[in-house]
Design a binder for this molecule. Structure first.
Ligand SMILES: C[S@@+](CC[C@H](N)C(=O)[O-])C[C@H]1O[C@@H](n2cnc3c(N)ncnc32)[C@H](O)[C@@H]1O
Length: 268
């Protein structure tokens, strides 16, 4: 996991950058701030290594001339088109019942944002300190957004490893309606069809893969499935369409989409 990273900012945003530096330091990430004259596209192209940036829109991750943040506001248009009927994730997670749901692999929080919009009460768990800080920033920025405020109210963020979090919930005899898992899947192992789609893969996913490198030690989340099954009536696993089953466990039901599928495990 990244424990040291550069952060670029312009003089006007130095104070904000120092705030993120302190937050990340409390999460054991050393941030070295570089104050530069102009944080623009040219600068990012000339500095392609993985880094953080702070501008007036807050904290960003940057690499290879791109920058990204969860940007929940940009998801609003997609949310406005979404409905319980049209979204496969809504059927898989039974969102019509307004479940109490744990998303144990939060990432950028986009799936959870959609599930919260469609009525779920969502606890998002993320263990990566930089991703968690980006998520926290997104939540804070949208708490007063006229469209997203109500959605964000249903989102609770937890900075933790999910295996530890789920074990703790089991010990406390807690139960949940749904646990949702979308662990990283190695790009190199994806099927041909998925690889074709990957050619246009969103820059967000490309940057996620840089932050969570596939160095042979990538945690594929197999251990989470068994824990989740002990805690929830329904466990939903998002996978690339032709990927192997999580933990090699055959699901009880599947919903198939063009690029991905949802595998369901129901408690007996
Ligand atoms: C593919 S991304 C999830 C994308 C997410 N569904 C979205 O809509 O943005 C997987 C995320 O799960 C996180 N993750 C994987 N295993 C985890 C664990 N055991 N505990 C907490 N977070 C975990 C990774 O750090 C990564 O951010």
């Amino acid at each position: 996991m990244v424990s040291e990273i550069r952060l670029f900012t312009e003089p006007d945003n130095l104070q904000k950058a120092q705030h993120y530096q302190a937050v990340l330091s409390s999460r054991l990430v050393d941030v070295n701030i570089d104050v530069i004259e102009q944080l623009n596209a040219r600068f990012l192209r000339l500095n392609p290594e993985l880094a953080l940036c702070v501008d007036k829109q807050g904290l960003w991750l940057s690499a290879n001339g791109m920058k990204m943040q969860p940007d929940w506001k940009a998801e609003s248009a997609r949310l406005k088109r979404a409905s319980l009927k049209s979204e496969m994730i809504a059927r898989a997670c039974n969102l019509a019942e307004k479940p109490n749901l744990i998303d144990a692999t939060a990432g950028l929080g986009h799936d959870s944002l959609l599930m919260a919009y469609l009525g779920a009460q969502v606890t998002l768990i993320e263990r990566h300190p930089i991703l968690f800080t980006l998520l926290e920033d997104s939540k804070r920025q949208n708490e007063h957004d006229p469209f997203l405020a109500k959605v964000v109210e249903r989102i609770n963020l937890v900075f933790s490893d999910s295996a530890a979090y789920l074990q703790q919930q089991i010990q406390q005899d807690h139960h949940f309606d749904v646990i949702y898992l979308d662990p990283m899947f190695p790009q190199r192992d994806q099927n041909q069809q998925a690889i074709k789609k990957q050619a246009q893969v969103k820059k967000q996913m490309q940057l996620l893969h840089l932050l969570l490198p596939e160095d042979g030690e990538m945690d594929l989340g197999d251990d989470l499935l068994e824990l989740a099954i002990q805690l929830a009536k329904r466990v939903i696993v998002k996978r690339p369409r032709l990927a192997v089953y999580l933990a090699e466990r055959t699901p009880d039901h599947q919903w198939l989409g063009d690029a991905c599928r949802f595998d369901a495990y129901f408690s007996k």
